[in-house]
Design a protein around this ligand. Sequence first.
Ligand SMILES: [Zn+2]
Length: 303
Amino acid sequence: MKQQSASNWLIWVLMMFIPMSTMGKGWKAKHVVMIGIDGWASHDFDKAPDVPNIRWMIENGSSTFSKRAVLPSASAINWASLFMGGCTEMTGYTKWNSKTPEIPSFGTNSRGIFPTIYSVIREQCPKAVTGLTFDWDGIGFVTDTAAINFVKYERGEQDEPEVAARPGIEYLKQAKPAFMTIYVGGLDAAGHGKGWYSNEYYSMLSRIDKVIGDIVQATKDSGIYEDCIFIVTSDHGGIGTGHGGITLEELETPFVVYGKNIRKGYRMKEGMMQFDTAATIAEMFGLKRPTCWRGVPMKEIFK
Ligand SMILES: [Zn+2]
């Protein structure tokens, strides 16, 4: 008996040191999982032949296909805006591969970085566990990684979404984070290589769709699915073999959201900007938005 109570005590002490997400006040769900698909355009999404998981989320969640990128319509600029809740002129990230802002940021947090959704979560919910995985190193420069519990850059030989997502899927199962982003860069690479809306582009989107299925399955396996919100979105689209310009093919990207407390089969009516993404995630966690943010939450998606 004595031995058993000693081991119970040990388990109790160990649990004190395992990061666990407890649900905060005003949270819409205990877990938010965002899948970031670089270069996924709204244009001609209807023609994607084999994306059952994304289509299922659209049918059973809320979505818009007119979320607009900030200019220039390139990667670091738009991931910065998406995570930071501000436009290019505010965040100061102006180049496709910006590592630091070329314009001094309009506002900064305690680390001197424009506040990201990760730093806002860390400040207002210090115990919330967060994660980020990616296969393009540029993502690490626009997310304020010091505010994130688990950060992993993982890349296969080529652009392989299955490899990129693996550590994120593992972390989802093990740590059950409150907020997790899994970024994949393969679709952008397919667009630059063979063209946006080419067969290669759509077949890469199908591979990513399967990965999305694996991510959803991981939440089911770990028993958190019923308490999850999933977001699938992107930074910019493309035209020909590039992006960065002012066409709607380059500027419009999908925002698909599904899960707990999210309206079912709903097509969003209000206009959405890139920087509204951060504000919408903040709303899911009941967080106050920093005064330097200009993004607004898309409240119409909530039940
Ligand atoms: Zn991009």
